[in-house]
Design a protein around this ligand. Structure first.
Ligand code: SF4
Length: 457
């Protein structure tokens, strides 16, 4: 594991996506999420380095694999685990680079655990970092002065991902940045508020590479793929030409454009991931759309469904003004509208967001145990209910939506893609029920039931 390796051997760079030991998350599926970011950065190290990507969500690191350089990405919820891995490698004399969204937001916290911290988007500093690593002279901080032109990025090294990462779906990023200002979201701080895009030529090359190593199913990881309509239409044609079925992030406004919906479906769109956020607090974040009440949302869902496109709907609990009645109301909305793949989360003030600063100023943060800043645990004082009620209401909703009866009922609207959504729901079900069981609080459940706020589950 020494930094110096024989002259003839290539140096070994190991990328690690950490996971907190024993953690259970609601999105632990049989097939892991495609690691688009890490495979993108890994491409800078080939062919000079021998590169591996290790995803702890698939297999915890029980012993440290041999490496000459270790690069660990950080989310807030995995920061402590990332530091633990980093400390172990450094104790063994292996240099460590920390990057990712948490290290970007709190570089001074990450610095004592690393030889180098990458702040912000890594690509503009990668060539320098690779050269410094090869020379054994890492700098303490790599901070990009500019945001990268996405056409300058190498084709992601998807061949380095495990078969399991590629089997269910590949991933692609066609743009970065989001002009919205949702106060809980770190995307504008991480990628900026201006939409930057990859050219069609670059995407064509990337899709050709993905077609060779995936089953032609694709997750478009852009934060809002349909934001720039004309550009999206051109990309849809590429998806169609390469024969991909795909899913990606969008918003409810897409439901107003029949031609666009037709083009989405024709291009192989399986489902759109839509942030409803909250049935009553939606207006806080999406001021310019008209989906400020559940009836409008219902009509939008129906219009999208009418084109044979499924919906992965994201809902967040704990906004100011929401009381404990929100759980049953949201679950009923999901079931009645037939949202195929619901994702429920607890509002989480991540460091670096406006929400974190607001909560900190107001003294509403309960603690700074980052491992519980995972959108499944309550880490702040809500306004409309107690922390225990928010925690239990979340567990109840998770359990309710993951029950076989609920899954089969909401998928009752049969389409050609129903088998896909059945598999996806049941692939997530185990983790969701395990998490609900772990969080379950019988006295709070009994109290909410006695007040008519939650039915027996
Ligand atoms: S939640 Fe979505 S729309 Fe809002 S800022 Fe983040 S990426 Fe943009």
């Amino acid at each position: 594991m020494s930094w110096r390796t024989p002259r003839t051997a290539r140096r070994r760079a190991l990328f690690i996506f950490p996971r907190t030991p024993g953690a259970v998350t609601a999105n632990d599926a049989v097939f892991p999420f495609p690691l688009v970011g890490l495979s993108q950065l890994a491409a800078y190290f080939e062919p000079d380095f021998e590169v591996r990507i290790h995803d702890e969500t698939r297999a915890p690191l029980r012993r440290l694999p041999a490496a000459d350089l270790v690069l660990v990405t950080t989310l807030t919820s995995t920061a402590a685990r990332a530091y633990e891995i980093a400390d172990a490698y450094r104790a063994a004399g292996v240099p460590v680079v920390l990057g990712g969204v948490h290290a970007t937001m709190l570089p001074e916290e990450a610095a004592p655990h690393a030889d180098a911290v990458v702040v912000g988007e890594a690509e503009p500093v990668m060539e320098r970092l690779v050269a410094d690593a090869a020379a054994g002279r890492l700098r303490p901080v790599y901070r990009a002065e500019t945001r990268p032109d996405l056409d300058d990025l190498p084709v992601p090294a998807v061949h380095l991902l495990s078969r399991r990462h590629r089997f269910f779906m590949g991933g692609i990023q066609t743009s970065r940045g989001c002009p919205q200002r949702c106060n809980f979201c770190s995307v504008p701080a991480t990628f900026g508020r201006r939409l930057r895009v990859k050219s069609l030529g670059a995407l064509d090359r990337e899709l050709a590479a993905l077609a060779r190593v995936t089953r032609r199913r694709l997750f478009v990881v852009d934060d809002n793929f349909t934001l720039a309509r004309e550009r999206a239409l051109a990309i849809l044609e590429l998806f169609r030409r390469h024969g991909f079925r795909w899913m990606g992030f969008s918003n409810l406004a897409v439901s107003e454009d029949e031609d666009f919906l037709r083009a989405l479906r024709r291009s192989g769109c399986l489902s759109l991931f839509i942030g409803f956020e909250s049935l009553h607090a939606h207006a806080l974040f999406h001021k310019n759309d008209r989906y400020h009440d559940p009836a409008e949302m219902r009509r939008a869902v129906a219009r999208i469904h009418a084109h044979g496109i499924g919906i992965q709907g994201s809902f967040i609990f704990g906004f100011d003004g929401e009381g404990p009645e929100v759980f049953e109301e949201t679950a009923a909305f999901i079931q009645e509208t037939g949202i195929e793949l619901p994702a429920v989360n607890i509002l989480t003030p991540f460091p670096g967001t406006a929400l974190f600063d607001e909560m900190e100023r107001a003294g509403r943060l309960l603690h700074r145990d980052w491992s519980r800043y995972d959108m499944s645990h309550v880490v702040f004082e809500p306004r409309g209910m107690t922390p225990a009620e928010l925690q239990q209401g979340y567990a109840w909703t998770l359990k309710y939506l993951a029950s076989p009866t609920s899954i089969l009922r909401r998928l009752g609207r049969r389409t050609v893609d129903t088998p896909y959504f059945l598999v996806a729901n049941f692939a997530l079900r185990n983790a969701q029920t395990r998490l609900a069981r772990r969080l379950w609080n019988p006295p709070v459940q009994a109290d909410l039931e006695s007040r008519g706020l939650l039915c027996r589950s």
